[in-house]
Design a protein around this ligand. Structure first.
Ligand code: PLP
Length: 444
């Protein structure tokens, strides 16, 4: 493979202002001294980012990088999108903070706009600051509504890192010594690594078994992503959610769709990930992309379920603050104005095709998967045994960074590239990303 040419970054008409702040080494020293040791960075030589524009980031030397991770699937319509920046500035100049004790237009307008994107009777919104908070609230509401305690989530899931959500999260690498009463983890309907391959019905039977043999027969809720993000871009086996939702409803439970990563037009064919499985949840949780990276999350549910929150007082000081909700409204408008969902489908399909072609060249690539601009590339040292190629993944990531491409990493074994760029990603960007991966692998 020695004939693969050195790729070059597509042209882009923007240069950031000169940077005259401290060096990367100085900032790293400060970070080591003053930030929690749990904070990790991806690259051997940590990257200092100074500016962002659309799908690009710039370092302290003004060097441009393609942000194929999109923050962490957070920068939905591009870094510093002018419409989002303007909405934030306008709001912050007039009123930076308002609690839910008063009426405020930004909060109500965004709630209405968000509800209008959801099917059925999903129209009552409660704003939070993060995905974790949204899932905590969703789990609590389901328990209150059903009077049951048992929650079923999927092995390999990531739902957050507070008491309840850390229980629902099911990867040891994301768990501390958490008390997780009433949480059951079902077999992951993972077409690549799962025990039943792509047979959605067999995995769904495992959920029925959990209900029958692990609970009283009544459950509070089932929670899942439609495409697992942190878990390594695992698209649930076809037909799975339809059958599981039926089992859960029969057991008196609610179905929670965690759309923190897969929602908001990312998968291209649909606005919401759950639509790909032909189901309508009872509760939907969102965060990440909805505020284009500002701290904003939400739970959306039906009026009947939302009613449980009147039993006591439930309150969130910052949740749905007007600056973030103004950003959220701008994001929704940009998605429509710039046809970003359509772009995610067209460019994502092209990118997946190109990655699949590269897979044919290198034994190292075990699987290419995902939808729209939520794609995964799993690296293995042995295709038959699916042995995770952890060190190789880190090496390719580092080398791609040197070429100007930033890419995410995930999966339980840390051997899956996560490609979740801003939805304004172009065909030329897709070519650059694949050429950089191809070039790097050709040298290994
Ligand atoms: N749910 C999913 C699917 C996620 O990917 C994440 C974060 O990565 C969360 C929930 C938690 O969101 P946050 O980090 O905003 O608390």
């Amino acid at each position: 493979h020695n004939d693969v040419p050195l790729p070059s970054i597509p042209p882009f008409d923007y240069s950031p202002p000169p940077y005259d702040g401290p060096s990367a080494d100085q900032i790293l020293a400060k970070r080591k001294e003053f930030l929690s040791p749990s904070i990790f960075h991806y690259y051997r030589n940590p990257l200092l980012v100074v500016d962002g524009k659309k799908q690009y980031l710039f370092d302290d030397k003004g060097r441009r990088y393609l942000d194929a991770f999109g923050g962490i699937a957070t920068v939905c319509c591009g870094h510093c999108h002018p419409d989002v920046v303007e909405a934030i500035l306008n709001q912050t100049k007039r009123l930076q903070h308002s609690t839910v004790l008063y009426l405020n237009q930004a909060i109500s307008d965004f709630a209405e706009a968000l509800a209008s994107k959801l099917p059925g009777n999903l129209k009552v919104v409660f704003f939070t600051n993060s995905g974790t908070e949204a899932n905590e609230l969703a789990i609590m509401m389901a328990r209150l509504y059903t009077g049951c305690h048992d929650i079923i989530s999927l092995r390999n899931a990531y739902h957050g890192n507070a008491a309840g959500t850390m229980g629902a999260t099911a990867q040891s690498i994301w768990k501390f010594n958490v008390v997780q009463s009433g949480i059951h983890h079902a077999l992951n309907p993972d077409p690549y690594r799962g025990v039943f391959g792509a047979d959605g019905e067999m995995y769904a039977k495992d959920v029925q078994d959990l209900i029958d043999f692990g609970t009283s027969g009544q459950v509070a809720a089932f929670i899942s992503e439609a495409i697992q993000g942190v878990g390594g871009i695992v698209e649930l086996a076809p037909g799975y959610l339809r059958t599981v939702y039926k089992s859960i409803k029969k057991a008196g439970g609610l179905c929670i769709a965690d759309e923190v990563q897969a929602g908001f037009a990312r998968t291209g064919s649909f606005f919401w990930g759950f639509e790909s499985q032909g189901v309508v949840p009872d509760i939907v949780t969102v965060a990440k992309g909805i505020g284009n990276g500002t701290p904003l999350g939400a739970v959306v549910t039906t009026p009947e379920i939302a009613e449980v929150l009147t039993r006591s007082s439930y309150f969130n000081t910052f949740g749905g603050n007007p600056v973030c909700t103004a950003a959220g409204l701008a994001v929704l408008r940009v998605i429509e104005k710039e046809k970003l969902q359509e772009n995610a489908l067209v460019v994502g399909t092209y990118l997946k095709d190109r990655l699949t072609a590269v897979k044919d060249k290198y034994e190292l690539i075990g699987d290419v998967r995902g939808r729209g601009l939520m794609l995964g590339v799993e690296l293995v040292t042995d295709r038959q045994l699916k042995t995770p190629a952890k060190a190789e993944t880190l090496h390719v990531m580092d080398q791609m960074k040197e070429l100007g491409v930033l890419i995410g990493k995930g999966g339980y074994y840390g051997n899956v590239f996560r490609i979740t760029p801003p939805l304004c990603f172009t065909r030329e960007d897709a070519d650059f990303l694949v050429d950089a991966m191809d070039y790097t692998m050709s040298k290994m």
